[in-house]
Design a binder for this molecule. Structure first.
Ligand SMILES: Cc1ncc(COP(=O)(O)O)c(C=O)c1O
Length: 397
């Protein structure tokens, strides 16, 4: 038996990854993955953009690049982020290999084994696994429909052993689907100011809003630029261009940037130049804006069909959110329910989703489940949702 490190021995394959194998069976309707629809990718547009590049640019796409990212992409991405009001000039921008790498770099930057970090409960599984890989002690703080629970957060802030950071996903949360209210963000800012607890603000889905009127609520905390909090803002091309590019970014204060860049040097030296060249061309052509507008519409259509199917078939005792953007609907079942039993039954019937405990920092609470509508047509949703709701009724009565 090889003598593995303690850190790697405690790693477990994520339930989502394991499920992907099952979910990829062609006869199963999968509401499991947070993957954009394949048919929505701008394949032809990107093909044309690459074709139009001069040969020097094309050659550079095959070459190693600087660790922080290709200068041309850093410049065009800065423009994209400045439109959101982000303080790009006062911070440093680092291109990462997916925003998942950003979370890993930040985990390595801040966490020594056994040190506490604060996460939402439920929490994005990729963040949990990045923090677990650094052997953090995960302290879950519940969320309600407005955002992180302030009472529980304040208790955590007041504890003697101070957390190394707080990680949140305020804009179309994965998995809870929620969008923080402006008021809750303001309360959060006041609670964190001067506490020496950096904030990791994960904004993977903020561009995918369904309602114009929500735009003020989507202003990143990083853009509010509060005094006395080190805000580490992460973002991604995965949901607005394609996860296959493996490109994300972080916008962080200089001191934190310096550490992350050093760690990235040893992790992968640089993110893929090829996809950086493509992402840069996509931004510079302006197509990123029209493309995002088009997928916003399509995800809204998909969300609406899932909402309609749930309204028709879901028993009243199930609590759930009507999404205002992003990819997910979160169902909360009666207290004692085991969502894994529902999932096994749903699988027999031909549909799959992700059970709640996957997103619990302690891996226990399982009276909830996540449905993704991003990767299914309205027809598949109409067919698949009754398979899930029948399984719920069979288990919960
Ligand atoms: C909240 C959140 N953050 C980050 C990511 C990671 O995205 P990527 O590494 O593809 O940029 C995801 C992916 O699903 C996510 O849901």
């Amino acid at each position: 038996m090889p003598r593995f490190s303690k850190a790697v021995s405690s790693l477990r394959s994520s339930e989502i990854r394991d499920l992907m194998t099952l979910a990829s069976r062609p006869d199963i309707i999968s509401f499991a993955g947070g993957m954009p629809g394949n048919e929505l990718f701008p394949v032809q547009e990107v093909e044309e953009l690459f074709h139009e590049l001069d040969s020097k640019k094309k050659q550079s796409a095959f070459q190693y690049g600087p660790t922080p990212g290709l200068p041309s992409l850093l410049e065009s991405l800065a423009g994209f982020l400045e439109k959101k009001g982000l303080p790009v000039k006062e911070n440093r921008l680092l291109i990462t290999t997916g925003s998942q790498q950003g979370l890993n770099l930040l985990a390595k930057t801040f966490i020594d084994p056994g040190e506490p970090v604060l996460v939402e409960n439920p929490c994005f599984i990729g963040a949990l696994s990045a923090f677990r890989a650094s052997e953090a002690e995960l302290r879950g703080v519940p969320v309600d429909s407005d955002g992180i629970s302030m009472r529980a957060l304040q208790q955590e802030i007041d504890r003697t052993e101070k957390a190394k950071f707080l990680y949140i996903t305020p804009y179309f949360h994965n998995p809870a689907g929620l969008l923080y209210t402006t008021n809750r963000k303001e309360q959060l800012i006041s609670a964190l100011q001067g506490q020496d607890i950096p904030l990791i603000e994960d904004d993977a889905y903020g561009d995918l809003y369904f309602y114009e009127e929500d735009r003020p609520r989507l202003k990143p905390i990083k853009a509010i630029n509060p005094n006395g909090i080190d805000v580490c803002y992460t973002g991604s091309f995965s949901k607005i261009l394609g996860p296959g590019l493996r490109l994300g970014w972080m916008l962080v204060p200089e001191e934190i940037y310096q550490k992350c860049e050093l760690i990235k040097q040893s992790a992968d030296a640089c993110s893929p130049s090829f996809t950086q060249v493509l992402a840069d061309a996509f931004i510079r052509s302006g197509q990123i804006y029209s493309y995002i507008a088009s997928i916003r519409k399509e995800y809204k259509r998909r969300a609406e069909s899932m909402v309609a199917a749930l309204r028709e078939h879901l028993p009243e005792y199930v609590k759930w959110n009507e999404p205002r953007g992003g990819f997910y609907i979160w169902l909360t079942l009666p207290e004692e329910t085991d969502a894994t039993r529902i999932m096994m039954l749903a699988l027999e019937r031909g549909a799959v989703f992700v059970v709640g405990k996957t997103f619990d920092p302690e891996g226990k609470r399982n009276n909830s489940l996540r449905l993704s509508y991003c990767n299914n047509t309205p027809e598949q949703i109409a067919e698949g949702i009754p398979l899930v709701t029948d399984a719920i009724k069979q288990v919960c009565g």
